[in-house]
Design a binder for this molecule. Sequence first.
Ligand code: HAM
Length: 438
Amino acid sequence: MFERPRGTRDFNPSQAASHRYVERAFRRTAEAFGFREVLTPTFENAELFKAKSGPGILEEMFTFKDKVGRELALRPEFTASIIRFYNSELRSEPKPLKVFTLGNCFRYEEPQMGRYREFWQWNCEIIGAPSLESDSDVIALADAGLKRVGLMRTELRIGHIGMLRKFLAFPQQDQGILLHLLDKKRFTDLRTELARLESEQFFDVVSSVAQLKGGPEVLDRAQELLGEAAKESVEYLRMLGGQLALYGIKDFVYDLGVVRGLDYYSGMVFEIDSPNLGAEKQVGGGGAYILTNVLGGEVTSSTGFAIGMDRVVLSADQEGIKMAAKPLDAYVIPIGQAMRPKAFEIVMQLRTAGFSVDVDLMGRGPSKNLDYANSVKARNSVLIGEKEVAKGAVAVRDMESGKQIEVAVRDLVAALMGGTETEVRKPGRKSTRRAPKP
Ligand code: HAM
């Protein structure tokens, strides 16, 4: 017996259906907001992620060498790939460029509930538009995506990394380490690191700011603590609050401790938690950043986010959201060997009309087949019997009510559309209901 690599999962049909349900909700929401899908490689040159992802991600990368010794990495996230793609091929597209992607990412983390080494993200970016309205558009998109899944209990926290970057004006690498420690709330290490930089006096202010969370009053408090360094960020956050109200988003808190685990953020930052989950309750996060120039292009402002689909599925499960796959419309049961060719003919007619239909492949008797249809939760069984076929008909059984009626083969599509409870239409009268899309 072989085992899966640590931190990976198999998805059984019902888990896969939940995953696809969430994916569908996210894809439709992105399209509703005018985003278009892109796809990027699962692995990249490792250098790409080293450029500006920050110490957190570097420790967690799956890197490997190819046969000629090039260092590659499984993508730990999408943003760097999308910006690489933008710089090399998409930069002449009309602005703003609004793109999304859905796929698996890899991080070498300690696995636990909600934290995996292979996980899935829904990632959205707006590239090349001025910040305020783009920032609110991506926050509203993240919020709408979670609502479309059906999640009722989420907490949106919005901050601004600009004020801490201004206040902790150390060389980039040192600043990266300080922000990483703040992100992980490792305050003792933060004090030690500030002491190493001969700036321990900043500790009280920085740790107090990182704990400010609440309504607009926390913006005043940040201004008091950080002075000039906070001015622009605080004004921006106030305006963002006004802009979000236009989307009907009022239910959020300012959280000046949102630092984010990645190094490229420069402006507004946000995170969304699901209180349904345990330690790994952050379902998504993002913010404004500039990465184009770090990856060899021109300075272009961008903003975006990623939502962890695995955590959304866990959270939706907790809220009792039904994510099961659509059941079979019909299970076709030939009665006796001689009826099998007719059964397959009917199966293919119904499949072509857009129904999901299965057929007995085991050569079982009718009652075993009805048990099977029940166990796979088929909505109807279509029984193909010699007597009915001789009349150009079949028997359709509604599996929920158990009611069985005879239906002319030419009326079968209409009967399945209305369910067997509706009367079979008279010949020549057109059904007003449309067949499902194939
Ligand atoms: P991130 O916060 O690193 O941001 O990841 C986004 C989300 O991915 C997290 O909030 C979490 O739900 C999920 N996630 C991360 N690691 C794991 C894991 N090991 N297992 C399960 N889920 C996980 C980014 O990746 C940025 N690229 C977002 C972004 C896009 N910012 C701007 N544009």
